[in-house]
Structure formats: C-alpha cells, structure tokens
Ligand binder design. Sequence first.
Ligand SMILES: [Zn+2]
Length: 318
Amino acid sequence: MERYSRQILLSEIGSEGQKQLHASKVVVVGVGALGTVATELLVRAGVENLTLIDRDVVEESNLQRQMLFTEKDIGRSKAIVAQEKLQLINSRTDIIAQPVSLHSGNIALLQSAEVVLDCTDNIQTRLLINDFCKKEKIVWIYAAAIRTAGYVMPIVPEGPCLRCFLQETGAETCDTVGVLNTITTAIASMQVTLALQFLLGQTIEPNLIYYDIWKQHYKNIVVKKNKNCPACQGKYEFLGKKEPIRMVKFCSLGRYQVTGKKVDLKILKQRWEKIDTVIDDGKTLQFKDLFLFEDGRALIKAKSEAEAMSLYAKWVEN
Ligand SMILES: [Zn+2]
C-alpha cells in the first residue's frame, strides 16, 4: 500500500476507498489525447481492470498531446501500445486492448464497465455509447476538447443524456482544427476525477462543465431532460443501426478504413513476408501502406477510395 500512501492520506479516499478503486472496472473508448491521459491517471490511481478501445494507429501529429506515445510508436495500434505502456506503469493492472472500431455489433464490449469514459473524437460513437449506456443503465462520462476549450459531463441513467442536448447534425467533419495540449490534459483530469468520485460511491451531479483554459472561463451548466429525446423515451436508434459501411475516410490525411471478414493473420503474414517486410504486433500486421487488424479491418494509405479498395482486394482478400 506504500504505492498509494499519498492517495490514502486523502480523507476523500482513505484505505477503504483505495480497495474499492482496485476492484473497479472501467472501459475507455478512444485512446488519443483524452484517453492516454485518462488511462494513465486511472492506472496510477490503482484502478486494476481496464478495457481500452481504439481503432486507430499512432501518427506523428498525435505526439503533441497523446501522452503515452513516443516516436517509436508511430504506425502501431494505439490500443496495443497504450496497453504495453500502462502495464509497465502498474504491473498489477489487468488491461484488455481492443483495437476495433466500435459499432452496434460490438457495443457489448462496454457491458462489464462500472463506468465508461468517452474519450472519442466523433459524435456517432458518442451517440452509440449514449444509447447503450442508457439502455443498460451504465454511467458514462462525456468529454470533448477542441482549440483551447472543452466539455465534461457525467451521464447517469436517471438524468439527462447526451441526446437531450446534442443533435446528430454537427457530425464529424474532416476539417482539422487545432487543439492545445493543456486543455486535453485538463479535461481528461476532470473526467477522471468524476470517474473516481463515482467509483467511490459519491454522488456526482449530471451537469455540463465547460472550461476554456486560455481565457480561464469555467461554467457549470445545468442540463434539463429534453421531452423529445428518443433515448430517454427508450428508443435506441443508434443500437439498431447496421454496421458501418465498408469504407470510411479518416480525418487523418489520405487514410481509409476498409472493413471485411475476420482474417487469419498467420497465413497472411507468411504470404506477405515473401514480398516485403511485415511488422507483427500479435493482433495486427503492418505491410506496405496497409495496417490490418484480426477482425479484417484495415487502415490503408491511398489516394482514393477506389485505390484503397483495390489494395485491400489485392493483399487481403486474394
Ligand atoms: Zn435524453
């Protein structure tokens, strides 16, 4: 317990609280600017069961704010790299890495969570999390940061939900806007503080917190339930949505996600090795401009959808 002595000294936590944290289960969706900070704080605080979900790979432009990653990690799966780093920080932690794209078909990955942390960067995934957690009565904590400001809000089963105040419009665009690394770390810290309070059995107010770290503006906004909110009326539209279309253009320049059938990575590795270098991560393969996950999903650098599709057909499906 020496490891947690400074935390146990806090009257807010104490040794009983520390035991509760060890036994807690948290699922973090998105291991980027918010997720790398949130997971590191949770692991250092002694939360010993963690699931990390992230569909992306580390890029050079991530290093400015995605705290667990280093130059050596560029090109590798974020979920897997984060798992390795977190395991080094706290070897007692049981961490499951899920390098997948979250959709209605695999949303049950959130089922085991006592609390879900939304560290994603897109509204579609958030609305899916919202529907699932509302239906299953799981507490989740919304967080978002852009430019110099961000939002955090705990969403509890009986309180207002994300759909009460956010519409599907305003969906993801590929415009890149800047973001300050002090706001992403600050927002993730606020999100984890709320998660710890909830895990310790304390009451958390389901208010929307807004913070601009550049202007030093802080607002605590009371959100009301929207009478017309489908999710609050038990209509979970996003859970009914079919799996994503086969092809998605990622915001990162010139990268496409192509989904397909589950693959045998060993067989593909043997075949590809005869042609060029293959980097094997256990659960992923990297070959030429293609990054393949075992569920058949690939991230491909290409100039067009057609080129991405033909590369997928050539290397994965043939
Ligand atoms: Zn609602």
